[in-house]
Design a binder for this molecule. Structure first.
Ligand code: DGJ
Length: 755
C-alpha cells in the first residue's frame, strides 16, 4: 500500500516499509527503508535541526537543518551542497532539482523506451522534481516483496542537454554495512566477496558493455553480524543487461549512500528539447531474517514479477544438449542416435547446440549465416525436428545472433554492420559484435531467426553471445535497447518457446535477460564441485528455476576432477536439469543411474524448480507442498570423520515427518585394494576381473529412514554415519571425495500434534 499522510509518503510492502518526505526546501528525504513501520512513525525518523556541519553549505542561512550534505536523501544533485556522490551528472553542470508534484498510479508506469520492467506492481508513486528546463520523475513501484525504482529525465528547455550519469536509484541508509558482490570470469562465475563499507567508496561496476560475469549487477548490503538466518540484509539488482554501476559509501554522519544504475563509464546521452531519458529499473529488497530471508524474497519477486508470465511455475523439461558430447562434429544420424538414447534415459527435449548452419564447423567461420548446413543435416531442421518429435521428444536449437565471424557471408556483404572503431578490429572468439543499435541489423536478426523458428517445430532456443565489445563505447546503451527490441519481436509472439540465454555461460546473468527468457545457462563449468559455488551464490539473488544445471562427463573437461555421478545429479537437481555428455560412452550402470535420476527429478520437479530454496551448512534444500528435499555435499574426505548432523530449515515444529535417504549405489572400484580382502580369491585390484566387475556391478550404499518432529529435524538431530575405515558396511554411508547424499522429507499424514 502507498499512502500519503501529513506530507509523508509511506510505501508498505510485506514486512518492509519505505518512508519519504519532502522537506521545507523541496529535498526528498529518505526517512526509512527497512522493517515494517507505520507512516505515522515518520517523526521518529526526522533529522532534528542543528545538523549544519562546519564548512557545509546551508540552503537557508541560519537554518542548520537545511544542510544537504548531512541529510538522508532519496535523490541528490551535484553542486548544491551535497558533497557525497551524486546519482546524476549533466556534463559537469550543477543541478537544483526540487520537489514539484507527485501522483500515485495503480500498477506500474509502462516504459516508453523498450527497456524491460517488472510486471504486476501494486501501485507506483511518481514524485516529480524540477528546475528550470528540467524535470525528473522518480518512480517507486511497490511489490509485495520488493520496491523498484527508476527515473525519467525530461529536457523541458529549448536547448539540447548532455546527460553523462543517471542512476536508477539512490538511498541513504543509517548504519554500518558490508557489501557482498558476485564477481568472476569465464568458468569461474559468481565468486562471493564481502567488504566492509567504510568512508571510501566501494564500487560494483561492469564496463564490458554487458552486465558481465566479472561483476554481477546484483549485490547485498548486510549489517555486520547478519547471518544466514538472522539480521538485516538488503538486496539490490538491476533489470538491465548492459554496463552497470553501483556504489556504497559511509558518510561521517553514519549514513551509507547506495546507488545503482547504468554504468556511467563512456555513457553520454544528448537529449533534444522535449525528449526524455528513462533509466532501467532497480530492485530493492529487505529482510531482517538474514541472507536466507533476503534470498527467499528475491526469489519470490523474480518468479512473480520478472520472468515471462507464461513460464511462471511452468515445469521445465529435462533436456539433452549436444555441445559437450559433439561440439561441431555431428551429422543427422549421430544426432538421432543421441536423441534416441537421451529419450531412453528420460530426457524430454533434445537441444542441438552450435554447428548446424553455414560454414560453422569450428568457431572461426559461419557465424551470422543462418542457413542450415544440409551436408550435416540432409532434409534440414524440419526433417530433423520431425524425427526427434517422432521419438517423443521436443526439439530445441542454439543461436548466436548478436555476433558475426569475419569469415561469413554476412560479414562479406555487410562489413559495416559489425561494431568496430577507428583501429584495426580486435576479435574475441574469432568474432565481432553486430551493431544492434541499427534498425537494419535488428530487422535482419528478427527475420532470420523467426524464419528458422517457423520452419521447424522448435520449442526451445538457446540464445548465446560470446564476446564483449571494445568498440561499443557510447553506443553500449543503444545496443542493449536494440537487443531488447529484437528479443521482444522474436519471442513475444512466441511465448511458448522456452528461451534460455547464455553468454559463454553466465556472462550476462541478469534480470533484464530474465524478462525475455526464464532461464540462463549460468556457466560452462559443469564440474559439480565448482557448481556448488556458482549455483549457491546465484541463489542469493536468483531462484533455482532460472539456472540451467547439466550433468556432464567425469573427469570434467575444465577441472579434470573425477566426481561420482550421484553428485553430478544431486547438484544439477537444484536447477533446471539437463545432460550434456557423450551418451555413447556411458556404461550400463551409468545409464541405469541416469534413468533413476531423471525419474526421481520428474517426480519432484516442481519442488526442485519452484520450491522454497534454502542454503544449509553443507548443502541445500527445497520445500514445496509438504515435501522437502535436502542434499548434503562433501568436498574432501577426512579419516575418522566427526558424525554429521543434517539441520533442516522451515519445517513445522509440531508436525511429524518421515525422512529417508535416496538410495545410492557404490562402484566396486572405489574400494581399491580393500576388495581383495573380502573376495573369496586373491584378486589384483588393478586386474581384469575387478576392472570388469567395476564396470558392471554396484553395491548398495547405507540407507537411512526415520520419523521425527519438525522441531527435532531442525535441531539437527539426524546423525549421519560415515565410512570409518573399517570396510564396507551396507548400513553405513560411504562418501568418497566429492560424494553427496540426498534426503526426502515428507509430512507424516494425520500426525499433527497440538501446538
Ligand atoms: C558457449 C556456450 O556457453 C556453450 O554452452 C556452447 O553453446 C558454445 N558457446 C557453443 O559455441
Amino acid at each position: 500500500m502507498i499512502e500519503v499522510q501529513n506530507g509523508i509518503f509511506g510505501l508498505h510492502g510485506k514486512d518492509f516499509s519505505c518512508l519519504l518526505r519532502v522537506n521545507d526546501y523541496g529535498l526528498l528525504e529518505q526517512l526509512h527503508f527497512g522493517p515494517a513501520v507505520q507512516t505515522a512513525d515518520a517523526p521518529a525518523f526526522f533529522c532534528r535541526s542543528g545538523l549544519g556541519w562546519g564548512e557545509s553549505v546551508l540552503l537557508k542561512e541560519g537554518d542548520t537543518a537545511s544542510c544537504p550534505d548531512v541529510l538522508p536523501l532519496a535523490f541528490s544533485v551535484p553542486g548544491r551542497g551535497d558533497y557525497r556522490e551524486s546519482p546524476i551528472e549533466l556534463a559537469g553542470s550543477p543541478a537544483d532539482l526540487r520537489y514539484h508534484s507527485h501522483r500515485i498510479l495503480e500498477g506500474e508506469l509502462s516504459m516508453e523506451s523498450g527497456l524491460p520492467q517488472a510486471h504486476g506492481a501494486q501501485q507506483t508513486l511518481v514524485i516529480t522534481l524540477a528546475q528550470e528546463g528540467l524535470e525528473l520523475e522518480l518512480c517507486f513501484s511497490l511489490f509485495p516483496d520488493a520496491l523498484t525504482r527508476r527515473c525519467i529525465l525530461k529536457n523541458t528547455s529549448d536547448r539540447p542537454l548532455v546527460l553523462t550519469k543517471l542512476m536508477s536509484m539512490m538511498v541513504d541508509l543509517p548504519g554500518d554495512y558490508e557489501m557482498t558482490t558476485f564477481d568472476g570470469g569465464w568458468i569461474a562465475e559468481m565468486r562471493k566477496h564481502r567488504l566492509p563499507v567504510l568512508d571510501s567508496r566501494v564500487v560494483n561496476e561492469s564496463t564490458t558493455g554487458f552486465s558481465s560475469h566479472r561483476h554481477n549487477p546484483g549485490f547485498l548490503l548486510s549489517a555486520p553480524g547478519a547471518t544466514e538466518d538472522s539480521g538485516p540484509v538488503y538486496g539490490f539488482n538491476l533489470v538491465y543487461s548492459g554496463n552497470h554501476y553501483a556504489s556504497a559509501q559511509r558518510s561521517l554522519q553514519g549514513l551509507t549512500r547506495v546507488m545503482q544504475g547504468i554504468g556511467p563509464s563512456s555513457f553520454a546521452k544528448t537529449l533534444a528539447p522535449g525528449r526524455i531519458f528513462e533509466t532501467p529499473e532497480a530492485v530493492l529488497c529487505y529482510s531482517d531474517r538474514g541472507f536466507g530471508g533476503l534470498s527467499e524474497r528475491m526469489h519470490r519477486f523474480v518468479q512473480a514479477h520478472i520472468i515471462p508470465p507464461y513460464w511462471r511455475e511452468r515445469p521445465r523439461p529435462v533436456l539433452y544438449n549436444s555441445w559437450e558430447g559433439c561440439m561441431f562434429d555431428f551429422n543427422r544420424r549421430r544426432l538421432l542416435s543421441l536423441a534416441s538414447q537421451a529419450k531412453k534415459l528420460g530426457c524430454e527435449l533434445f537441444v542441438l547446440d552450435d554447428g548446424w548452419f553455414g560454414a560453422r564447423n569450428s568457431d572461426t567461420a559461419g557465424l551470422g549465416d543462418y542457413n542450415v548446413n544440409l551436408k550435416k543435416l540432409p532434409g534440414g531442421l524440419k526433417k530433423l525436428s520431425e524425427k526427434i518429435k517422432a521419438l517423443g521428444m521436443d526439439f530445441g536449437l542454439w543461436f548466436e545472433p548478436e555476433s558475426v565471424n569475419p569469415d561469413s557471408d554476412l560479414y562479406r556483404s555487410h562489413p559495416d554492420w559489425a561494431l568496430t572503431d577507428q583501429f584495426e578490429p580486435l576479435l574475441g572468439r574469432n568474432q565481432l559484435l553486430l551493431d544492434l543499435s541499427r534498425e537494419e541489423v535488428q530487422d535482419y536478426l528478427v527475420e532470420n531467426v523467426s524464419k528458422i523458428l517457423d520452419q521447424a517445430e522448435i520449442s526451445y532456443v538457446k540464445w548465446d553471445m560470446n564476446r564483449h565489445s571494445v568498440a561499443l563505447g557510447a553506443k553500449a546503451h543503444d545496443y542493449i535497447l536494440g537487443l531488447y527490441r529484437v528479443l521482444e519481436r522474436i519471442f513475444r509472439p512466441r511465448p511458448q518457446i522456452l528461451l534460455e540465454s547464455c553468454s559463454s555461460g553466465g556472462n550476462r546473468f541478469d534480470l533484464g535477460m530474465l524478462c525475455y527468457g526464464p532461464q540462463i545457462w549460468c556457466s560452462d563449468n559443469t564440474d559439480p564441485i565448482e557448481r556448488l559455488t556458482i549455483q549457491e551464490n546465484l541463489s542469493y539473488l536468483y531462484p533455482q528455476s532460472t539456472f540451467g544445471a547439466h550433468v556432464s562427463a567425469s573427469p570434467h573437461a575444465q577441472t579434470l576432477r573425477a566426481t561420482p555421478l550421484c553428485t553430478r545429479g544431486n547438484v544439477s537437481f537444484f536447477g533446471c536439469l539437463g545432460y550434456e555428455l557423450d551418451l555413447d560412452h556411458l556404461l550400463k550402470i551409468e545409464r541405469q543411474e541416469i534413468q533413476a535420476q531423471i525419474e526421481f527429478y520428474k517426480l519432484h520437479r516442481m519442488a526442485f524448480q519452484f520450491g522454497t530454496f534454502r542454503r544449509l551448512k553443507k548443502g541445500w534444500q527445497v520445500s514445496r507442498e509438504g515435501i522437502t528435499l535436502a542434499a548434503v555435499f562433501r568436498r574432501l574426505v577426512a579419516a575418522a570423520p566427526a558424525w554429521e548432523r543434517l539441520e533442516l530449515k522451515g519445517l513445522d515444529r509440531n508436525k511429524r515427518y518421515r525422512l529417508r535417504s535416496r538410495p545410492q549405489r557404490l562402484r566396486i572400484g572405489q574400494f581399491g585394494s580393500l576388495v581383495k580382502h573380502v573376495a573369496p580369491v586373491n584378486l589384483d585390484p588393478n586386474g581384469f576381473v575387478l576392472r570388469t566387475a567395476d564396470r558392471h556391478f554396484t553395491l548398495p550404499d547405507g540407507a537411512q529412514e526415520l520419523c521425527a518432529s519438525g522441531s527435532a529435524l531442525m535441531a539437527g538431530t539426524v546423525l549421519l554415519p560415515l565410512f570409518r575405515g573399517t570396510g564396507y558396511d551396507q548400513n553405513q554411508r560411504t562418501l568418497t571425495d566429492f560424494g553427496s547424499e540426498l534426503f526426502i522429507i515428507e509430512e507424516e499424514p494425520n500426525h499433527a500434534e497440538p501446538g
